[in-house]
Structures are given as C-alpha cells and as structure tokens.
Write a protein that binds this ligand. Structure first.
Ligand SMILES: Cc1cc2nc3c(=O)[nH]c(=O)nc-3n(C[C@H](O)[C@H](O)[C@H](O)COP(=O)(O)O)c2cc1C
Length: 157
C-alpha cells in the first residue's frame, strides 16, 4: 500500500507487528534485529528527503528494522524474513505496508544518513523502511490468474 489514511495507528498494533518481526527466524537464531519506530512528522520528512516517495512522510508510522552485523552473517536475509512477517501481521490487523527500499545506486550513502538521523550505531545494517497505516483503498489480492505455473520446474530445470 502506498496511500494511507490519517487515522492513527494504535501503539499495541505496532507492538504486534514488531513482535511478528522479532519472532521471525534468523540465521542460527541470532535475534540481532532491533526496530526504530518513527511517528514524529519532522523526522518522517527528513527520512523522505533521504529515500524519497511521498508515502514515507504520509504514513502515520515508519518502522525501520535494523540488524547488528557483528551478530549475524546474514543481515539481509534476516531483515527480509522479519519484514515479510511484519507485512503479514500488519495486513492481518487491517493495516497496510510496503517495502520501501534504500535506492540501490545510493544505498550505502542513504544508509549512513538514516543511521546518523536516527542515531543508530554504526554496526547496524538498514536495508528498508516499513510504513504502516490504514490503507486508503482495499488492496486487490492476487488470484490464480496471476499464477505462472510455467515457473515451476519439477525435479530439474
Ligand atoms: C526488495 C524489494 C524492494 C522494494 N522496494 C520498493 C520501493 O522502494 N518502493 C515501493 O514503492 N515499493 C517497493 N517494493 C514493492 C514492490 O514494488 C511490490 O511488491 C511490487 O510492485 C508488487 O506488488 P504487490 O506486492 O502488491 O504484489 C519493493 C519490494 C521488494 C521485495
């Protein structure tokens, strides 16, 4: 979802979403992910200036999951799995989200700026931002029409 209502999101719903992220599997059960929750409008606007896309300043809440790279060899995988869990939990609560990536060509520079802005210690990796809000429109779910059976290879390619 990329358009959100102004309606406030309950702190307990944010906690449930983070719980789903924290309970996600991590390599060797490193549990090295921490979460920054941003509600402050000025901070959201500063994040928007770094990463772009209007919904970053419009969503009521931004969650930034970060992984301690001194504790895991798989920070990207750990963060991705946790993020997907968070998307599913948010959807189950009637909330909308989307994966907001750091721009591939400037990812390191953007990551540094986000770390500085949010005072995240240097060893934590940031790969994405998760906006959370009540969606303006009901998402259209995928159907069997979108399913590409051709992409399945049985036994061999
Ligand atoms: C690794 C990754 C990066 C993405 N980055 C962005 C992004 O920066 N901005 C955005 O609006 N959507 C982003 N998306 C969302 C995809 O564009 C979206 O999943 C795709 O368009 C399919 O839509 P659906 O998820 O509704 O099926 C990203 C998704 C993934 C998995």
């Amino acid at each position: 979802m990329r358009e959100y209502q102004e309606k406030a999101v309950l702190e307990e719903d944010i906690t449930e979403i983070i719980k789903a992220g924290q309970f996600a599997p991590t390599n060797r059960n490193n549990q090295a992910i921490e979460f920054i929750v941003v509600r402050d409008q000025q901070t959201k606007e500063k994040i928007f200036e770094i990463v772009g896309q209007e919904f970053v300043k419009e969503a009521p809440v931004l969650i930034i999951p970060v992984s301690d790279t001194t504790q895991t060899k798989c920070p990207v995988q750990d963060l991705s799995v946790a993020s997907e869990n968070m998307f599913l939990q948010a959807t189950a609560l009637g909330l909308g989200t989307v994966w907001k990536a750091l721009k591939m060509e400037d990812a390191e520079e953007e990551e540094d700026k986000i770390r500085k802005l949010l005072e995240i210690p240097e060893q934590y990796m940031v790969i994405n931002i998760i906006p959370v809000g009540y969606p303006k429109e009901k998402p259209i779910p995928h159907t069997d029409k979108d399913f590409k059976a051709k992409k399945i290879h049985h036994e061999k390619w």
